[in-house]
Write a new protein. Structure first.
Length: 326
């Protein structure tokens, strides 16, 4: 019966904690408890998996594999323990309603059913970005359920006003870029103007010194948002040198660099790796339905390859990558 899993050895990944920031080291232990009979274990395989909600589908992706190639025999009732350690990448998406992570642990049993274990973890925003989220919360902005979605390129944060600017602003969105000396944000305000929404965009830079004090950060963000609302009747796209905060070493802006400045963005790594995995899945799905699903262009591929619909700029990406060499 152990060959079919009943009375077989069990594996359990026990983590010291389940909340982490990017770059943190995940530590814990792998425990194996022998079953009712002696069994040979070929290896233990631990994989970090990500479940990304994109469009109408959930994509389960293997972020990395951490194999333990040590083989051994586990006797009935015997207990074995191995240390576990893994450093998280710095450029993954952070966890949210559309992004989840778990470690999938598999015990490869010779001649039997492999035993598995699943342990969910939460990847928190970096401390610099966390300061921004706290400041926005104190200003009265609440994060939306749709926040932290991955659009195939970057991860967007979305908020609604619960007091300040309520009745004037429908939504606040931003894409963050984490830099050694601060944080860059591409802000977008959706304003209510004569019954219609109007988008106002602005790129700002917040230095490490500005991020230290929450009260000062609240005042600064409030001044920026007030100025954006004040300019709602003009085609207003501004940069922080206009606001008195030109930042050395970053004289080229989002628009001018056509996205090359996104390397430090939350999900910047994911755009190349996770985004590529999702694209492969979408292409596979399209191959399966190619004969009768030619008009299925309302998702990832349409966003990536707009064709000649260049005036569709209803999001961040046209503003980020709007040069004619794209």
């Amino acid at each position: 019966m152990a060959r079919f899993g009943k009375g077989a050895a069990k594996v359990d990944l026990v983590l010291d904690r389940n909340q982490f920031q990017l770059g943190d080291v995940v530590e814990g232990k792998l425990t194996i408890r022998g079953g009712e009979v002696e069994q040979k274990v070929n290896k233990i395989d631990v994989r970090l998996m990500g479940v990304i909600r994109f469009g109408e589908s959930d994509h389960t992706l293997n972020v990395t594999s951490i194999p333990f190639y040590q083989s051994f025999t586990i006797h009935p009732g015997e207990y074995k323990e191995f240390p576990f350690q893994y450093q998280l990448p710095y450029d993954l998406l952070v966890s949210g309603n559309y992004v989840t992570y778990f470690f999938h642990t598999e015990l490869d049993i010779e001649g039997g059913v492999d035993q598995t274990d699943r342990d969910y973890i939460e990847i928190l925003p970096p401390q610099k970005l966390q300061q921004v989220l706290i400041a926005l919360d104190q200003l009265g902005f609440r994060e939306k359920h749709d926040s932290r979605k991955f659009d195939g390129h970057v991860q967007e944060f979305e908020f609604f006003p619960a007091g300040y600017l309520q009745g004037q602003v429908e939504e606040l969105e931003f894409v963050p870029v984490i830099l050694p000396d601060g944080v860059r944000l591409l802000l977008e305000l959706d304003l209510l103007s004569y019954g219609h929404e109007k988008e106002i965009k602005r790129e700002i830079y917040l230095s490490n010194d500005q991020l230290q004090s929450i009260p000062s950060l609240v005042n600064h963000l409030q001044a920026v948002l007030n100025e954006m609302v004040y300019h709602q009747n003009s085609n207003y796209i501004s940069y922080d040198h206009h606001y008195g905060h030109e930042y050395p070493g970053h004289e080229h802006h989002f628009h001018e660099k056509h996205g090359s400045g996104m390397a430090g963005a939350i999900g910047g790594f994911a755009a190349g790796v996770i985004g590529g995995m999702i694209l492969n899945e979408v292409l596979d799905d399209d191959d399966d339905d190619d004969d009768d699903d030619d008009d299925r262009n309302d998702g990832f591929l349409e966003d990536l390859f707009e064709g000649d619909d260049d005036d569709q700029g209803d999001g961040f990406l046209e503003d980020l990558f709007e040069g004619d060499d794209d």
